[in-house]
Design a protein around this ligand. Structure first.
Ligand code: KIV
Length: 272
């Protein structure tokens, strides 16, 4: 592969991520749902690209991630995989595809891997999905765990507030994290939990812990459209905006509209 990051042209692997934790190198992770964004994010040198089921909110305008289907996730994942050369590509298993039982979970996991060409899968939950995680790992598929605020369970939680502030929930999260590590997950995402609890998890598992609204961890993940300032009306405390693309796009489109209305586009040089 020519071009950027000439010193590190290797494709990122799950083993490389574990090595990075050991070496104290922070892991960068962002979502992408389409080919164009995946190419841009990959070229910028990101370590991990997640095809999040947050595509349900960001791409489709749904209130939750629950409506996302396996066919829709595979479509997004195929588009992302075509755009990526360097990053490890992880795809969310959508709601309903792994909660019924291990047999169905492993069948759906194999389908996503085969049809999308992604590198690994992410599943939400701990002890409740133990048998399914084990079966997917036994099929040779790398699994990333996801604990804390798990958006597929939003109807059970009833709120997007910070999770595991209470001791009992914090203890369960710690024990779920240790379980996922012992089962063989290569990384664990922790979403919206106290920073002190994240530090404990980082100490107790030997695989990378990737935080979102969880304070310092072994790495960080954000939704690309959020950190690029493309989404309006979503401003949680944990979100740092690195650009205001919403304004850039609205201005550019406004100029285009004005040019078309004023017959300033196309010009001579833009015509055949
Ligand atoms: O779906 C998603 O975007 C995610 C990240 C927020 C971790 O799961």
């Amino acid at each position: 592969m020519a071009g950027y990051l000439a010193s590190d042209a290797r494709k990122v692997t799950t083993h490389r991520l574990i090595e990075m934790k050991r070496e104290g190198e922070q892991i960068s992770m962002l979502t992408s749902y389409d080919y164009t964004m995946a190419q841009l994010v990959d070229r910028a040198g990101i370590d991990v690209i997640l095809i999040g089921d947050s595509a349900s909110n960001v791409m489709a305008g749904n209130m939750t991630t629950l409506p996302m289907t396996i066919d829709q996730m595979i479509y997004h994942a195929q588009s992302v995989v075509r755009g990526v050369r360097h990053a490890l590509v992880v795809c969310d298993m959508p709601f309903g595809t792994y909660q019924v039982n291990a047999t169905e979970g492993v069948k759906n996991a194999i389908r996503i891997m085969q049809e999308s060409g992604c590198d690994a899968l992410k599943l939400e939950g701990g002890v409740e999905i133990r048998d399914t995680v084990r079966a997917i790992l036994d099929a040779g598929i790398p699994v990333m765990g996801h604990l804390g605020l798990t958006p597929q369970s939003i109807n059970k939680f009833g709120t997007y507030a910070v999770r595991a502030r209470e001791e009992a929930e914090a203890e369960k999260l710690l024990s779920d994290a240790r379980l996922l590590y012992e089962l063989g997950c290569f990384a664990i995402v922790l979403e919206k939990i106290p920073a002190a609890l994240t530090r404990k998890v980082c100490e107790q598992v030997q695989v990378p812990v990737i935080g979102i609204g969880a304070g310092r961890a072994d790495g960080q993940v954000l939704v690309a459209q959020d950190m690029l300032g493309m989404t309006n009306g979503f401003s949680p405390k944990f979100l740092r905006r690195y650009a205001d693309l919403s304004a850039v796009i609205t201005d550019a489109v406004g100029q285009y509209v004005a040019d078309v209305k004023a017959c300033n586009f196309p010009g001579e040089s833009e015509s055949y």
